[in-house]
Design a protein around this ligand. Structure first.
Ligand code: KIV
Ligand code: NA
Length: 266
């Protein structure tokens, strides 16, 4: 099957078909979510938390993203692939361009995603001018966690709401083909969605975005800590793994013993 393109995504928005997006970080998970029919796969820098065991996404490197995005590309066949630009890889438009060129050349993904609002407008323009497909990301932007002072809902007061409206408009004008709204109050997310031509992709932002994205581990219950409240797990894969491994350990010890003792080597 042919891969979904940015034109297909634009067409879905035009005909009112919701866009289903999930993260993946490795070839096996990419193959599974791809076969199950997601439209877009995000190689998120949530890799830092989910796969690498960091507290935040800040330690994730461009090389980390490239290694995992290349694996996701090898595992998938149909979904449009988006790779997050990690913290420190987009410090100015030229650096961002060089980072994004590496991502596209070394992984084969179709698009990159950049966190940030008005400060990122010149960067998005620069990448788009070079033919790179860009997803924007506003609201809760985890790379800004220390500046924001934690993870919380955005757009609650009028100043914050007006800022988000402005950012969404400016990033669309800069040429982004989609925009992630993370933890934006649902009423504002719905309003921004109606005000744009490009699709909004919501996470923790209510039902009325043009699409949804989730960390795949939160969707399938493949976690050791509780997922965010907006992620409703549809399976308990952690429990399945623990049960299977527990059985394996038990059987190995109970059914294979007693094993003849080794020759003493003293
Ligand atoms: O890194 C990530 O997983 C993300 C989303 C969930 C939007 O950026
Ligand atoms: Na991310």
């Amino acid at each position: 099957r042919k891969r979904i393109t940015t034109r297909d995504i634009a067409a879905m928005r035009q005909r009112g078909e919701a866009i289903a997006m999930l993260t993946a970080y490795d070839a096996t998970m990419a193959a599974l979510v791809d076969m199950a029919g997601v439209d877009m796969i995000l190689v998120g820098d949530s890799l830092g938390n989910v796969v690498l065991g960091h507290e935040t996404t800040l330690p994730v490197t461009l090389d980390d993203m490239i290694r995992h995005a290349a694996a996701v590309k090898r595992g998938s066949a149909r979904a449009l692939l988006v790779c997050d630009m990690p913290f420190g890889s987009v410090t100015d438009p030229q650096t961002a361009l060089e980072s994004a060129v590496r991502v596209l050349k070394e992984t084969g993904v179709e698009a990159v995603k950049i966190e940030g609002g008005l400060a990122m407008v010149p960067t998005v323009e620069r990448l788009v001018a070079h033919g790179i497909a860009v997803v924007a990301h506003i609201g809760l932007t985890p790379q800004h966690v220390h500046q924001m002072g934690g993870y919380y809902m955005h757009g609650k007061d009028e100043a914050s709401a007006e800022r988000l409206r402005q950012e969404a408009r400016a990033l669309e004008a800069a040429g982004a083909f989609a925009i992630v709204l993370e933890c934006v109050t649902p009423v504002l997310a719905a309003e921004i969605t109606r005000s744009l031509t490009i699709p909004t992709i919501g996470i923790g932002s209510g039902k009325d975005c043009a699409g949804q994205v989730l960390v795949v581990n939160d969707l399938i219950g493949l976690n050791t800590t509780p997922p965010p409240s907006f992620a409703k797990p549809r399976a308990d894969v952690a429990a399945i793994i623990k049960a299977a491994v527990g059985d394996y350990v038990g059987e190995t010890k109970a059914e294979r013993g007693p094993i003849p003792l080794p020759r003493r080597v003293d």
